[in-house]
Design a protein around this ligand. Structure first.
Ligand code: NAP
Length: 294
């Protein structure tokens, strides 16, 4: 039976430690950390994610502000709001929930956020620092995964980590974090993608297998080495008439078949999802502490 890497339990523990740290800063007379989330339009998934981020801020003791704009706003207006927030010393972190309406360039918006406030870790400067292994904000989802592995005492150094998917928000930065010369890294990493040939040859070598494809149930039990640690990032909505919403979230791995052979595995939901928000909150605390000391 595998250890279930429960992102809700880990988040409760990590957020409570963060909350205690925030309380100490406030007791010294500092304002709490302040995270601003910009939401454009009324996409259901985006509204849920932003709501969860606001709730996490409230729980930890951050100030969480949601700026909700109509999807008819112009790119110039959004860029001017980002500029205003960049220049507001009372705001530590800024995220713009993606996706944005088609008439607004996500690239321009991401690059407009001050790197020191980019707590999603998507800015080129932060990605560049990550690639160099130097100090910078780490992309929230892969960072959250490293926090989850650490919470459950999973050894990473010296292990062979195989990452499926090379997106800029998950797979590629995950490969960089796991291979970094740092306490959350030091693994030997193989990064696979849609052009990888004989994928199973690689997945079967994985001590740690991180899957970020967006293809429900893609990884089957015959692709996993017995005793591997399996991290399933995938979250795809699939029809499910038995659910009130008419859908459920499915991960990229065949959980019922793999759980008995893995040494540890993340469920979907309640695995990586909450850890993404915890990674985001940790990034916000880190940039705050850079201002007010540790
Ligand atoms: P993405 O940008 O669509 O990237 C998917 C990656 O999978 C690409 O690199 C693609 O390769 C690769 N791929 C596709 N088919 C493949 C195949 N047959 N064999 C090997 N590789 C293949 O997706 P993403 O943004 O990384 O997201 C991946 C999943 O994670 C989605 O379900 C998303 O919803 C979920 N997600 C969850 C969280 C969370 O907090 N839980 C956060 C972010 C994302 P190419 O580059 O060659 O096309």
């Amino acid at each position: 039976m595998a250890i279930i890497l429960n992102g809700v339990d880990a988040s409760v523990a990590i957020r409570s430690e963060m909350s205690a740290e925030v309380a100490q800063f406030v007791a010294k007379g500092h304002r709490p950390p302040h995270l601003v989330a910009i939401l454009v339009g009324t996409d259901g998934g985006s509204m849920t994610y932003v709501g969860a981020k606001k709730k996490a801020c409230d729980e930890i003791g951050f100030t969480g502000t949601v700026l909700h704009f109509e999807d008819t706003i112009t790119e110039d207006f959004l860029l001017s709001e980002i500029d205003r927030i960049n220049n507001d010393s009372n705001i530590d972190g800024l995220i713009v929930q993606l996706p944005l309406p088609k008439h607004i360039s996500e690239e321009k918006v991401t690059e407009a956020i001050l790197p020191s406030k980019d707590v999603d870790g998507f800015h080129d400067i932060n990605m560049g620092r990550l690639a160099k292994g130097s100090h910078g904000v780490k992309p929230a989802t892969p960072f959250g995964i490293t926090l989850l592995l650490k919470h459950y005492g999973i050894e990473i150094a010296g292990k062979h980590a195989v990452v499926l998917g090379r997106s800029n928000i998950v797979g590629r930065p995950m490969s960089m974090l796991l291979s970094a010369a740092a306490d959350y890294g030091n693994a030997t990493v193989t990064l696979c993608h849609s052009r990888t040939q004989n994928l199973k040859e690689y997945t079967l070598q994985a001590d740690i297998l991180v899957v970020a494809l967006g293809k429900p149930g893609f990884v089957t039990a015959d692709m996993v080495k017995p005793g591997a640690v399996v991290v399933d990032v995938g979250t795809t909505r699939v029809d499910d008439a038995s659910k009130k919403a008419g859908w459920k979230l499915m991960g990229d791995v065949d959980y019922p078949a793999i759980e008995p052979i893995a040494s540890a595995i993340t469920p979907v939901p309640k695995g990586v999802g909450p850890m993404t928000i915890t990674g985001l909150m940790m990034n916000t605390l880190v940039v705050y502490k850079e201002k007010f000391g540790s």
